[in-house]
Ligand binder design. Structure first.
Ligand SMILES: [Ca+2]
Ligand SMILES: [Ca+2]
Length: 190
């Protein structure tokens, strides 16, 4: 079931990216963005990077994410995508508020004991030493969120974006959290 959800999101993410790339009008820039994110409870921090397309009232974004938990020492790697809605074109205004929705899905990797599998997992020449470990696929974390934020025009025709989102996660309602994001977006044209 989780794998099915992952494939579905992957396809949606690729479709969103393809749409963003193919729907280019001369005045509507493709963009690249990098975004930093953090939350306090639970303590998470993340970075994402990706592509998007902006027009007068909507933006489509898709990218890759790394999300780390300081409490459980887990690192989730995955994809995220989102859509945003704004009253004026952010690349033609100095200040633009927006609202949006988005989703994230990622896998964590974890170290598990590997001292009884007849394999030298860490290539140190000793098989199954007492503290030998291997990497394994751990948890899947997925989240959907509403968000609200503001774009500020910056030099280089770019945008600086501050937003807050509420992540509703598959880890249960106690894990749901507010996250603050800071992003920089720059247009490019073919
Ligand atoms: Ca070894
Ligand atoms: Ca081993």
């Amino acid at each position: 079931m989780a794998r099915y959800a992952l494939y579905t999101l992957l396809i949606l993410g690729l479709t969103g990216t393809a749409l963003a790339w193919s729907a280019t009008a001369p005045d509507d820039p493709n963009v690249v963005f990098i975004e930093m994110a953090g939350s306090r409870n639970p303590g998470l921090s993340g970075v994402q990077a990706g592509f998007g397309l902006y027009d007068d009232h909507t933006a489509l974004l898709a990218g890759f994410s790394l999300l780390g938990s300081s409490e459980t020492d887990e690192l989730f790697a995955g994809i995220h995508m989102g859509g945003r809605f704004h009253p004026v074109h952010p690349f033609e205004s100095s200040v633009t508020p927006f609202i949006g929705i988005g989703s994230f899905i990622g896998y964590s990797r974890e170290e598990v004991a590997a001292n009884n599998d007849d394999i030298d997992n860490d290539d140190d020449g000793i098989v199954d030493e007492e503290d030998e470990t291997r990497h394994a696929t751990g948890k899947i974390l997925s989240a959907i969120y509403p968000e609200a934020g503001i774009h500020l025009a910056i030099t280089g025709d770019g945008l600086m974006t501050v937003a807050t989102r509420y992540n509703v996660t598959t880890q249960g309602r106690e894990f749901d959290h507010w996250m603050i994001t800071l992003a920089f977006t720059f247009p490019f044209y073919f």
